[in-house]
Ligand binder design. Sequence first.
Ligand SMILES: Nc1ncnc2c1ncn2[C@@H]1O[C@H](COP(=O)(O)OP(=O)(O)OP(=O)(O)O)[C@@H](O)[C@H]1O
Ligand SMILES: [Mg+2]
Length: 310
Amino acid sequence: MSAELPASFWAIGGGKGGVGKSVTSLALAYWLGRLNKKVILVDADLGGANLHTMLGIRIPQTSLDDFVLKRAQTLDEVLIDTSLPNVRLLAGGSEIPSLANPNYGQKTRILRAIQKLNADYILVDIGAGSGFTQLDFFLAAPNRLVVMSPQPTSIENAYGFVKAAVYRHLASLLKTTTLKGLLDGTGGADGRGVPQSCEEVLAEVESHEPTQVPAVRAALDAFRVYLVVNMTRTARDEKAGDVIRKVCERFLDIDVTCLGSVPRDPAMERWAATMGKDSPGKEWSEEVLRSTYQVAYQILTRPEIARRAA
Ligand SMILES: Nc1ncnc2c1ncn2[C@@H]1O[C@H](COP(=O)(O)OP(=O)(O)OP(=O)(O)O)[C@@H](O)[C@H]1O
Ligand SMILES: [Mg+2]
């Protein structure tokens, strides 16, 4: 995708459904808003938008549909206020079923419009899955957060999501070369299968397109993913982030930073069951509030993030 998004832009994704991507996006919006930052939450779960419901808005007055259908020319016109201080919402649409798989033109138009939004933080909640839509929204962001739970299936899916994102990113770098099909399985220069690690990718690039080696290396060096492990129950669960970090470093040669873990909270489950009756944050446990504050605090203060936002 060509649209470059501003440094304040965070994409929150990670293959598996139901691991807490939306809740984490809400929790970060809650804290950043309370810390006096202007926040725009973007519901980019294009096939199953539900952030508005979590915010107690039954039917959003305006949504992404209005922009896609050109009833509104800018995204600013379709933002709605929420019960959270300093937090506005770009509600996901529901009128256009095909928007779950937007075409290239629609995707680029949406990303360009997000680029023009004015806020301290723009948090984009991405839907489940590792399809091109999810990957392109994730890759468009300068800051990428993966939410996972400690379950083995979630660890597996989080790794699969990050790997798919890295491969798609490299594939776009190599798309005008003889290695065009190397990373999507349609075939590399000598018809071999998809490389299983970035070391194998680099070996292919070295032997077939040596002039591209510096660009591929630079892309891998610059590729950073942040992680949150959600719904932990034990100290061992909290270590799930280390598993992903090690596997990503070993096979993908990228930097993974765990921003923390959030415990499973019966109060949050109860809040979810009565969705919308209470504002997010109000009924959550102390532990969830403390742990999500710590993640938000790192977003505000980590030097490499602040430097990008400067
Ligand atoms: N830390 C937690 N403790 C208890 N329940 C949680 C926690 N985090 C999320 N949940 C619950 O898990 C459910 C799924 O959360 P959420 O909708 O945020 O997941 P998701 O990853 O966005 O799902 P989808 O992929 O469908 O968009 C919700 O009912 C939510 O309340
Ligand atoms: Mg969600």
